[in-house]
Design a protein around this ligand. Structure first.
Ligand SMILES: *[C@@H]1O[C@H](CO)[C@@H](O)[C@H](O)[C@H]1NC(C)=O
Length: 448
């Protein structure tokens, strides 16, 4: 029965002394300061990280009203810019690259690509990759109305419409349509590709991003790409996002089947994707495996790739998950946009009537990278070459003077179709192409 008093006396004997208590309290201020600092940082990161997202939802959320209202393609483009330029530009850029890649799992598509030979030699693969990315980034990043103020596209339709401020998006689309017209591509293959452009960004954000796309954003991707699809002449586009998801799934289940051409075309694209990776220590072999891990099973099987080890797949998921977690909770957002092209309208020097454009980043084979103008520049390029950032020095053979949208695509078509591209681009945007972007602009340049 005397257990309780014994316990109490034991407790009393072990109570901390006054000196010990004082000692503890001396640790509290630094502890408080550290945890307060962390909390402050978390709150700051949170407030800034969601600022653009919240502002965009305040602007368009009520208008869309969860599907009861209408979002125009121009508004959709504005909505997309938050995710594609600021919130997860690299991830969503890869999502588009993979969307294209996924289509190589459809034998009718891979057969056509294999027959064009564009994906055969290193030279043409790298240019095809660079040009495809630039053309697509131009549709997404430049105003599809042609005007910085999108409302102009509604009012600018009298007998003498004003020329577009920025016709780059429709020039890029007209050039793409022109290039596509050289091949026989089925409407369903176009539609499947379009569906991936709509759906893959959302899937990638869900799988690897620090945040998902909101329903408004998913709808905006649908609206924007449907407009692009219409302007490409794609028919029978499903009327709602849900129907499109079902259609795409059905098509994939029926037509994504193993084929040698899938493997061939996919293989050369994977090599291009990892071309910058050095061979040393098996890093290249590992990165090849990692690319295969990123493929969903039906895609991987259709391209005849073996399943990768469980441990590698899980480590990759864990690594990507950790990166997303850190980004979501601890990092401040980007302050400046990141995008493959300069979305702001370039300043055109009067003397140089015909602007040639440069990407904001370069592929391993640095297509369109300007030649260095100074001794320091030459040194920098040589260093980048040594470091393995680029495969060779910029030069005319890689179009170091930059690109014109009406020239893009396989080199053998470089000088063809320009007049037609101008005409079709003007039709697509409903107003003329003038100034530096037009054929007159080109001729002016050629006189200099
Ligand atoms: C899409 O497919 C799901 C499940 O297969 C079905 O429940 C749904 O009704 C379909 N939606 C449309 C719009 O066809």
């Amino acid at each position: 029965m005397d257990a309780l008093p014994t316990f109490l006396s034991h407790l009393l004997r072990h109570l901390p002394s006054q000196a010990e208590i004082v000692e503890w309290f001396r640790h509290i201020p630094p502890l408080l300061a550290v945890s307060g600092g962390i909390l402050f940082w978390l709150a700051l990161a949170r407030a800034f990280r969601w600022r653009r997202y919240n502002a965009m939802h305040r602007k368009y959320g009520p208008k869309w009203s969860n599907g009861k209202g209408i979002i125009t393609p121009e508004e959709a483009q504005d909505i997309m810019s938050v995710s594609t330029r600021y919130d997860m530009p690299m991830l969503l850029n890869y999502a588009l690259a993979f969307a294209l890649f996924k289509t190589y799992g459809i034998p009718s598509i891979s057969k056509l690509l294999a027959s064009t030979k564009e994906l055969k030699s290193k030279e043409t693969v790298s240019k095809r990759y660079a040009d495809t990315e630039l053309l697509i980034a131009t549709w997404v990043g430049c105003p599809i109305s042609g005007f910085l103020d999108a409302s102009m596209s509604v009012t600018n339709n009298g007998p003498n419409p004003k020329p577009a401020d920025d016709p780059r998006a429709m020039l890029a689309l007209a050039r793409t349509n022109w290039l596509h017209s050289k091949y026989r591509i089925s409407n369903e293959d176009y539609l499947y590709t379009l569906s991936l452009f709509i759906l893959e960004p959302g899937n990638w954000a869900k799988r690897f991003g620090w945040r998902k796309l909101s329903p408004l954003e998913e709808h905006a991707y649908y609206v924007f790409w449907v407009e692009i699809g219409n302007r490409m002449g794609i028919r029978d586009i499903p009327d709602t996002l849900e129907e499109l998801i079902n259609w795409s799934k059905d098509y994939e289940e029926s037509y994504m089947v193993p084929a040698d051409t899938n493997k061939e075309v996919a293989g050369s694209t994977v090599e291009e994707l990892i071309s910058f990776v050095p061979e040393t220590f098996g890093v290249k072999a590992l990165s090849r495996r990692i690319v295969v891990c990123l493929m969903e099973d039906p895609v991987r099987e259709s391209m005849l790739y073996p399943e990768q080890p469980w441990l590698l797949r899980k480590s990759l998921d864990a690594g990507m998950g950790l990166a997303a977690f850190v980004q979501r909770w601890f990092l401040l957002p980007r302050s400046r946009e990141k995008f493959p092209i300069v979305t702001k309208l370039p300043k055109v020097d009067d003397k140089v009537g015909c602007p040639r454009l440069h990407p904001t980043k370069y592929t391993y084979r640095p297509w369109y990278r300007p030649e260095p103008m100074s001794a320091f520049g030459v040194l920098r390029e040589k260093l980048l070459l040594k470091l393995g950032v680029y495969s060779e020095m910029p030069g005319p053979h890689l179009k170091s003077s930059g690109y014109r949208l009406e020239e893009m695509g396989p080199l053998r078509f470089e000088n063809d179709g320009h007049e037609e591209i101008m005409r079709r681009a003007a039709e697509l945007q409903g107003c003329p192409i003038a100034g530096p972007w037009s054929m007159e602009g080109r001729k002016q340049q050629e006189l200099i």
